[in-house]
Ligand binder design. Structure first.
Ligand SMILES: [Zn+2]
Length: 293
């Protein structure tokens, strides 16, 4: 993933302040990320807010949605889906961010790519970056016959909002696989949605957690990496209970690494957790062929 600093490079006073703060606190044996990270995220969010201030806007109780005239006829649907995501996500994570969250709608993939130099893969409907939910216009992928209910169920709002809330509550203290697993877990719980393909069955060869941790985006089978991430999070809640998943989150909030947070919450070493999670997933999660039939 690209550096946060690339995105704030235009804001020299903010950068200068952050460098001074970094230098100062790098001399103190404390985890500076926990309090420095929100400042960096806020700086990025402010920059995005400034860059998009001339777009059309729609406010809801918990979101501000910015869009171009091309999406004027779908903004109400996006607003409804964002509000529909609010309660399931904040309840599942037991945390609600302060203020309204910004959602940007890009009219097409080209616009999304132009803004961030990234189009999020061929099928991506959105992504979370810098405190802002960024989505592709539903017009670019949703079929005309599909309803608001279908957009809520298969659209990106619940998923991306989970990334946002986890990011706020833990101040950036999580691994990539964990946030992808949690986002899919909340989607699964709230909407019954699972990303199951012919290529991401868990019965065959799977990645190790180490591989997921070290190079999530570089793994050739992305569908499998995502599926395993869901399995690893869902195992915690399904077998050990939602309270244990909540405990993992609270350890992350206190600055523990994902590995330690899971070990302490489940009272289990990481290697055993990995083995047990995959064993459980093979026996309990849907396989592609069963869905197709
Ligand atoms: Zn995601």
């Amino acid at each position: 993933m690209r550096s946060v600093m690339q995105f704030v490079s235009g804001n020299i006073p903010v950068i200068a302040s952050l460098i001074v703060i970094c230098l100062f606190f790098s001399m103190i044996p404390l985890r500076p990320q926990l309090w420095l990270y929100p400042l960096v995220r806020q700086a990025v969010a402010l920059k995005i807010d400034y860059q998009t201030k001339n777009m059309l806007a729609k406010e809801t109780p918990h979101f501000v949605i910015r869009y171009t005239p091309a999406d004027a006829d779908v903004v109400d649907m996006v607003a409804a889906a964002a509000e529909a995501a609010y309660k399931p996500v904040t309840t599942a994570l037991a945390y609600a961010p302060k203020g309204k969250s910004l959602v940007l709608i890009y009219p097409d993939r080209q616009a999304m790519k132009k803004a961030y130099g990234w189009e999020g893969g061929a099928n991506a409907m959105g992504f979370y970056w810098g405190g802002v939910i960024q989505i592709l216009s539903p017009k670019a992928w949703l079929e005309n016959s599909q309803s608001l209910e279908q957009f809520i169920a298969v659209g990106p709002l619940t998923h991306e909002y989970t990334h946002l809330v986890l990011d706020c509550m833990t101040r950036g203290n999580y691994s990539r696989w964990f946030t992808e697993g949690l986002a899919q877990y909340v989607e699964y719980k709230a909407n019954g949605y699972e990303w199951v393909t012919a290529d991401n069955g868990l019965a065959g060869k799977v990645y190790s957690l180490k591989e997921l941790e070290e190079d999530f985006d570089g793994l050739p089978n992305q569908a499998l990496a995502y599926r395993q991430s869901l399995a690893a999070v869902r195992y915690i809640a399904a077998v050990h209970g939602d309270a244990k998943l909540a405990q993992v989150l609270s350890y992350l909030m206190s600055g523990q690494q994902v590995e330690t947070a899971i070990e302490k919450s489940l009272d289990m070493d990481y290697a055993t957790y990995e083995t047990m999670a995959m064993l459980w997933a093979k026996g309990n999660m849907k396989q592609y062929s069963k869905i197709a039939n």
